[in-house]
Design a binder for this molecule. Structure first.
Ligand SMILES: CC(C)(COP(=O)(O)OP(=O)(O)OC[C@H]1O[C@@H](n2cnc3c(N)ncnc32)[C@H](O)[C@@H]1OP(=O)(O)O)[C@@H](O)C(=O)NCCC(=O)NCCS
Length: 172
């Protein structure tokens, strides 16, 4: 059975760190190289970095199946833009295509409706064609390139994608 839990405890944070290391090493090394993956894991997905993000308004969730964590989601509101950013959405390779990603996306959409936020956005590496195709299938529109300097000589060379979230469920 699928279950989604909000990450609050140190143990849950460690769970996310483990998932991030496994998924990123497998998935991103061919796209951005080992050095940038190690740098980004250390800067954004260490225990300390995630704890600081939680203090800063990020919400992390893990999705589990049969008692095992198989993916995670991070979202953060952008109050000025009245949008919610999907900062991270990852599923272990062995269980992709079984609805875990969709379930996490639906949770993000529910958070939007709860807070009357109009849209979701994210950035995705230009060479991450699998996920660009997935986001497009899920209703996101590509708004064009965005390059972000993340220090140490690295950049995130991404597209920004946006999905409008309907408010229809609010009326039920
Ligand atoms: C992108 C990702 C989160 C999607 O999660 P997932 O659990 O594999 O996706 P789901 O099974 O929920 O997909 C929902 C639907 O999209 C379909 N789908 C899966 N991959 C697809 C793709 N590349 N293109 C189009 N449709 C796709 C599924 O078959 C499913 O269809 P259905 O509803 O008709 O059964 C996951 O594949 C992943 O972790 N990818 C690698 C890491 C990554 O790049 N993350 C995003 C970083 S920006």
């Amino acid at each position: 059975m699928m279950d989604i839990s909000r990450v609050c405890s140190e143990e849950q944070i460690s769970d996310v760190v483990k998932l991030a290391r496994e998924i990123w090493a497998d998935y991103y090394v061919p796209i951005i190289g080992r050095e940038q993956v190690d740098y980004m894991l250390d800067k954004f997905q260490s225990e300390e970095a995630i704890a600081a993000q939680l203090e800063d308004g990020y919400e992390y969730y893990t999705v589990s199946h049969g008692g095992r964590s198989v993916g995670y989601l991070a979202i953060v509101p952008d109050a000025d833009a009245n949008m919610l950013m999907i900062s991270k959405i990852y599923v272990l390779r062995s269980v992709r295509g079984h609805g875990f990603g969709r379930a996490m996306l639906e949770l993000a959409e529910d958070v939007c409706r709860e807070h009357r936020i109009n849209a979701l956005y994210l950035t995705v590496n230009k060479n991450n064609s699998h996920s660009i195709a997935w986001y497009t299938r899920m209703g996101f529109k590509n708004e064009g390139p965005i390059v972000q300097d993340i220090g140490a000589g690295f950049v995130m060379d991404d597209y920004r994608m946006v999905k409008t979230v309907g408010s229809n469920l609010l009326q039920v």
